[in-house]
Design a protein around this ligand. Structure first.
Ligand SMILES: *Cc1c(COP(=O)(O)O)cnc(C)c1O
Length: 352
């Protein structure tokens, strides 16, 4: 049959999300979700929610939620846009800033959704290789980004977990003649962040999500902040009602409970450090991580074999095939009990 699709669409393989397997007694460490539930305040909101409100459309611009998030960052509502997950915002950003004559520059490896969104736009992708075993950032990245209109910096990076130093990130923002999107999905697990760049540079957008540190991947909520001119432009591209009423309500309640989030993050960071120590004992090579996951290379350098061994024992991690990442696996930090199961299964193949 003849294809009715645009050639760009026919050429795309499509983004493959981490699997959500249905095995019994599964230890799920493959999509960087938070192993702890959101704030108990969320249960209260749901219990007291007046269902009659559902007959009305939601607030199209999520003003109350944007006020809450912006105030916390020392910004105004006009500086911030909310999305149906940060993936929704990424779609807007690619539609806004990329086209066949407006390339995008991404680091390799980083989030595998970026090139898929570029392909939908028919936009060329420049891949800037991270260097060495620790995936460090090249000094000449902006030169490698050539005439790109958008440069995406994932900080901390996925799937490697390391952070480009703040001063290097600042230099990229100063030197790059286009939009720099700093994807801070994992910033709450890191020693520092670049949120202040959004107020400092007119060409910088910083993006965050409720999916990781806020335990709400199922709700779908992300936000981006920057110069009001950038936000106004992105607003033109969003679906009219991109956030449903329930999401806005539970997100506000969850965000306000800062001590709950801080407790979860502290537990995850402590477990991350334990996990790294234990992996080193099993002769893995581990990239120092500032996120809620670690990129770990088994002693035999066979990421696929490690993934398969774990999966056979109902522990699911993420494996990214290919030359750049195929030697390792990405392991989400779980609860202490989940991490113990992971380590116990690993010990059978990689003894201490
Ligand atoms: C998880 C993740 C996102 C997507 O988050 P959602 O808000 O769930 O869409 C964006 N960027 C990176 C780097 C991520 O790892």
């Amino acid at each position: 049959m003849k294809s009715y699709f645009r050639p760009e669409i026919d050429a795309i393989a499509g983004y493959v999300p981490g699997e959500q397997p249905k095995m019994a007694d599964l230890v799920k460490l493959n999509t960087n979700e938070n192993p702890y539930p959101p704030s108990p305040k969320v249960a209260e909101v749901l219990k007291n929610f007046d269902i009659a409100r559902l007959r009305r459309y939601p607030d199209p611009t999520a003003d109350a939620l944007r006020d809450l998030l912006a105030a916390d960052l020392g910004l105004k509502r006009e500086n911030l846009i909310a999305g149906n997950g940060s993936d929704d915002l990424l779609t807007m950003v690619f539609r806004a800033f990329t086209a066949p004559d407006r390339p995008v520059a991404v680091f390799e490896p980083s989030y595998s959704l970026y090139p898929v969104l570029a392909a939908m736009q028919g936009a060329p992708v420049y891949r800037i290789a991270l260097e060495g075993k620790d995936f460090s950032y090249p000094a000449d990245a902006v030169r490698q980004a050539k005439d790109a209109n958008l440069l995406i910096l994932t900080r901390p990076n996925a799937p490697t977990g390391n952070c480009v130093p703040r001063e290097t990130a600042r230099r990229y923002c100063e030197e790059f003649d286009g939009i720099v999107l700093i994807d801070e999905a994992y910033a709450d697990f890191a020693a520092d962040h670049c949120a202040d760049f959004a107020g400092e540079f007119p060409n910088v957008l910083v993006m965050r999500t409720f999916s990781k540190s806020s335990s709400m991947a199922g709700v779908r909520l992300g936000y981006a902040f920057g110069h009001p001119a950038l936000i106004t432009g992105l607003m033109k591209l969003k679906d009219s009602y991109n956030l449903d009423t329930l999401s806005q309500e539970v997100a506000k309640a969850n965000y306000a409970d800062k001590s709950h989030r801080a407790d979860c993050v502290a537990k995850i960071i402590a477990e991350r450090e334990r996990l790294i120590r234990e992996l080193l004992l099993r002769r893995f090579t581990v990239v120092p991580s500032q996120a809620n996951f670690v990129f770990a290379v088994p002693p035999d350098g066979d990421g696929a074999g490690c993934f398969a061994h774990l999966r056979e024992h109902a522990v699911v991690v993420r494996y990214f095939p290919g030359k750049v990442t195929g030697h390792g696996v990405r392991i989400t930090v779980g609860t202490p009990a989940e991490n113990d199961r992971l380590l116990e299964v690993l010990t059978r193949k990689y003894p201490c």
